[in-house]
Design a protein around this ligand. Sequence first.
Ligand SMILES: Cc1ncc(COP(=O)(O)O)c(C=O)c1O
Length: 394
Amino acid sequence: MTKKQVQESYNNYVMNTYKRNDVAIKSGKASRAQGVDGEGYIDFTSGIGVNALGFCDEEWANAIAEQAKLLNHTSNLYYIEPCAQLAEGLSKVTGLGKTFFCNSGAEANEGAIKVARKRSFDKYGKGRGRIITLQNSFHGRTITTLAATGQEVFHNYFFPFTEGFSFAEANNIESMKSLLGDDVCGVLIELVQGEGGVVPLNKDYVQAVKALCREHDLAFMIDEVQTGIGRTGSFFAYEQFDVKPDVVTFAKGIGGGLPLGGFIANEEYSNVLGPSDHGTTFGANPIVCAGAVVVLNRVAKQEFLTEVKHKGEYIKERLLKLPHVKSVSGLGMMIGIELGCKATAAELSQKCHENGLMILTAKAKLRMLPPLTISYAEIDEGLKILEAVLTNAQ
Ligand SMILES: Cc1ncc(COP(=O)(O)O)c(C=O)c1O
């Protein structure tokens, strides 16, 4: 199919829920993609922080191909080796306890919310189910995770939303204190607000939130759907904030390009959910887990993570020298670019795509989430395209 034919099919048969770039991708390898009409792209998006090892990593592709020939799916009514390997690996890497596997970030956060509420119910009984999240957060697109998302723009149309969420101002501990009450069971925060514009929290603040959770016996939950799996230069970003959560949620990068999410709990929270309390048909699918084991084994290595940090610093340094770049935010290879020109981030992103660079936006910023394995040469090549676009911008 040509790009035009693909686009026509989308217009006729795919629901119109995304503002898509004028690009139809046919194939990809590492940090390069090729369009259906043969044009090439450097990838600064990794499928919105998903392709941790880039497009079609050979070891990952072989692992899922082999698993697809061995066993595709069984349901969670059976014991499956790749799931066992992955859960054990995650526990060893984090020092936390047990994992529940699902398929997406929203589903991971839904599950964590259930854990916090059930743990509170078991210990204190009814009436203690409220969860404090942060203003400007993003936790997903289901009715409950939209309700948990601290942005009014997401609280529209789909009424009634799940009740029991309130929103504290980020980096202001007094704001969170003012929202406490006998009905609160937990706190859920991102450490770098990705969709909110790549805004990192302060370390002191995060530690104060944890202390508050301990003081009031609240579940301290961290949403690492975007920041997790090496993205910020540590396996989970919380390591750089010197805190450990009761429950951490993850998705995106762990599957390396296949749908996988989940949450890992510490010892106390690991046994809150029992048989029939929670479940999902596809969670921990053998093929997806076989690929995720490859991702975990590659990413959870100190040299790999240090390299992510170095590449992130290299990119930031280079970005700050480009025209119209006012500031650069983020951690590791999760990067937001504040612009000082008339052209909007969406317009600049469009120009980048026209010139062979896949890039993202977050609110008014350009956003970069390159594959963690991107080479310095590919970074330079992509930044050259961005520089030319910014140079020509008004
Ligand atoms: C921090 C955070 N939480 C949750 C989600 C939702 O993840 P998913 O789209 O996999 O449901 C996202 C997606 O961007 C996210 O960035």
